[in-house]
Write a protein that binds this ligand. Structure first.
Ligand SMILES: Nc1ncnc2c1ncn2[C@@H]1O[C@H](COP(=O)(O)OP(=O)(O)OP(=O)(O)O)[C@@H](O)[C@H]1O
Length: 257
């Protein structure tokens, strides 16, 4: 169940965030967040529902604007980019959505082609086919190429959703609740896939979750959002080795290992 060590370059932070704040009216969601994601690292962001995990990754990908603070992604300050520069950056930062975001009226092949054709207009038919076949093989679903999303299981849809993000060969993957709504065995399959993606595609990743098995299996490092800040971070054991009642409650209600 423990994650095996990955080659991580701690000299190179692909994402660095300093004193990030974000409120919605009187709701102060992020109250001074600091974070470094190192090249090659799987970083798990844990937190109870509503603590601002999704807000954080939306800010990283430029979908939401922070109130204050510095957000640096692949050497670029996200807040100062033009719309065009932001689109270019988003090609390198893959966002794997909670609901897989597949188009129901398209086959698996068409779903995978879509981001490629939209972003790279000069590709040949052969290049597109090869990219689709490669990424499907990468997520272990070559046989599903002509199926419709409605014919797939929840776990398979999740895999195709990840493949659709991977087809653009992002340097960074942002996984929003990758195991939400899946049975425990399928969760383990998806956790293994996240680790395989890290290894095979050399991605750095932020994995947003409140699933502690997912955190333990996929995280090289874990950061826990508590009251709008990262108050605990380290290995799984380090994060939970505490008398802090907020952390103990989270552990006791979640973990059934
Ligand atoms: N665009 C928005 N406008 C107003 N409030 C928002 C907006 N986006 C998020 N919020 C609020 O910010 C808080 C944090 O939301 P967020 O979706 O980041 O939580 P989360 O930690 O991802 O929770 P979950 O695990 O349930 O997805 C919530 O109270 C939410 O209602």
């Amino acid at each position: 169940m423990e994650k095996k060590a990955s080659p991580i370059n701690r000299e190179n932070a692909v994402i660095s965030i300093r004193d990030l704040k974000k409120s919605f009216g009187s709701l102060h969601v992020l109250r001074g967040v600091d974070l470094n994601l190192y090249q090659g690292e799987n970083l798990v962001v844990l937190g109870r529902s509503g603590t601002g995990k999704s807000v954080l990754i939306k800010i990283i990908s430029g979908l939401l604007h922070p109130d204050s603070g510095e957000v640096n992604v692949l050497g670029l300050s996200v807040g100062s980019l033009s719309d065009r520069e932001l689109l270019q950056l988003r090609l390198k930062v893959g966002f794997s959505f909670q609901n897989s975001a597949l188009y129901d009226s398209m086959t698996v092949r068409e779903n995978l082609e879509f981001p490629l054709v939209r972003n790279y207009r000069n590709l040949t038919r052969k290049e597109i086919d090869l990219a689709v076949e490669d990424v499907l093989d990468g997520v272990g679903l070559s046989q599903a190429i002509n199926q419709m999303p409605s014919e797939l299981s929840g776990g398979q849809r999740k895999r195709i959703g990840i493949a659709r993000t991977l087809i653009l060969r992002p340097e960074i993957m942002l996984y929003d609740e990758p195991t939400a709504g899946l049975d425990p065995i399928t969760c383990i399959d998806i956790n293994n896939l996240i680790n395989e993606v890290q290894e095979k595609y050399n991605t750095s990743a932020i994995i947003i979750t409140h699933d502690l098995t997912c955190a333990k299996m996929t995280g090289d490092r874990i950061m826990m959002l508590l009251d709008g800040r990262f108050e605990r971070q380290g290995t799984f054991e380090q994060v939970f080795d505490t008398d802090d009642e907020r952390v103990k409650t989270f552990y006791n209600y979640n973990f059934t290992d």
